[in-house]
Design a protein around this ligand. Structure first.
Ligand code: HEM
Length: 246
């Protein structure tokens, strides 16, 4: 296929190219803002005076959160559209590439649910409290707990993003042997181990093992701990991928 063909929009290859391009642009916006919140905003807010922080929550964080949650929607929609136009057959999801994309979609969808179901739901409480206090009203006693719940989910999303992106990009770029169809046993072992680690992380982020500082929440204590955990998770997930899938 020539370059001209691959960007010819009225062909399947052209539509795939367009969806892939849009997907990467909005994906950058989503994950870029996720890293901004985790690595820049949360540490900076921790050092700010309450009045300055309330003003920043009102004027800055609320805007960043708008782009963040709608970029998440655009990423999921464009990703599913790309998957749809790829016309993969059922054997694809039994191949290493199909398993790489399925795993990265599992992580990305979990992150999406965390964005809308946990982070945004709780940040609405934080934002309305900041606006109310700025207007001279009483502080909402629920705001601190809401901020903490959003923080746990946000740091967990930073952790998931590291293996998620490796497998998402690896789908088309790992050096696979072409045409491999994995056995049910190989896939079962892979999904069992991948699923256990994935669900334990998510339950931890939801506060099932406790919400305050301590024990399993150490990985969310600082953005540094979250980055280290994400890198360890990356190595572990790649090892599971490489060794359990032959
Ligand atoms: C539910 C959410 C998502 C779905 C359904 C999805 C789906 C896809 C699909 C089908 C591909 C093509 C894989 C291939 O055959 O090469 C892809 C590639 C990619 N996706 Fe996603 N994705 C999702 C989330 C994300 C997120 C959150 C990011 C963050 C930046 C992202 C970034 C990328 C990148 C960089 C590529 C690689 C493009 C390439 O190598 O050509 N995706 N995604």
């Amino acid at each position: 296929m020539t370059l001209a063909n691959s960007i010819e929009l009225f062909t399947n290859a052209g539509v795939q190219w367009l969806f892939r391009y849009v997907h990467v642009v909005v994906g950058i916006a989503w994950i870029g803002l996720l890293y901004y919140f985790n690595f820049v905003q949360v540490p900076a807010f921790g050092e700010m005076e309450a009045a300055a922080r309330n003003n920043a929550v009102d004027k800055l964080a609320s805007r960043a959160l708008w782009w963040f949650r709608w970029a998440a929607v655009a990423t999921v929609v464009s990703g599913l559209a790309l998957l749809g136009v790829q016309q993969n057959n059922s054997e694809y999801f039994k191949s290493p590439a199909g398993i790489a994309i399925s795993t990265s979609i599992l992580f990305a969808l979990t992150m999406f649910v965390n964005v809308w179901g946990i982070i945004w739901r709780n940040q609405k409480v934080v934002i309305s409290n900041a606006r109310n206090v700025q207007a001279g009203g009483e502080a909402d006693p629920a705001a601190a707990g809401a901020g903490r719940a959003a923080l746990l989910a946000s740091r967990q999303n930073a952790i998931y993003s590291i293996p998620m992106l490796a497998l998402m990009v690896g789908t088309g770029h790992f050096a696979y042997t072409k045409g491999v169809v994995l056995t049910g046993g190989e896939r079962g072992a892979y999904w069992a181990l991948t699923g256990v680690i994935w669900i334990l992380f998510e339950l931890n982020a939801l506060g099932v093992f406790g919400k305050g500082p301590g024990k399993t929440r150490v990985i969310y204590d600082t953005h540094r701990n979250a980055i280290i955990t994400g890198c360890v998770y990356l190595v572990a997930q790649l090892a599971i991928f490489k060794y359990l899938l032959g």
